[in-house]
Design a protein around this ligand. Structure first.
Ligand code: ZN
Ligand code: ZN
Length: 71
């Protein structure tokens, strides 16, 4: 398995999209929206967030997103 960004050996996969990420391209710092998404059923949100591996690119949506610009 290799990083989807640079092709180096991956250290893990993104929890959301499953793509490989290397030590230079993964992140464990999530936007507030993702932290809420991960922790909505958990009380210690910071613990949940600190243990995730995220590619930094994908944007999982916990709820359907309205796109008013198409109307
Ligand atoms: Zn990489
Ligand atoms: Zn991802």
């Amino acid at each position: 398995m290799v990083c989807h960004k640079c092709g180096e050996p991956a250290i893990g996969v993104c929890i959301f999209c499953g793509r490989g990420v290397c030590k230079d391209h993964y992140t464990t710092t999530l936007p507030t929206m993702l932290a809420m998404y991960l922790g909505r059923n958990e009380t210690p949100k910071t613990v949940v967030v600190s243990n995730v591996l995220w590619c930094g690119e994908c944007r999982p949506q916990p709820e359907p997103v309205e796109m008013p610009e198409f109307y």
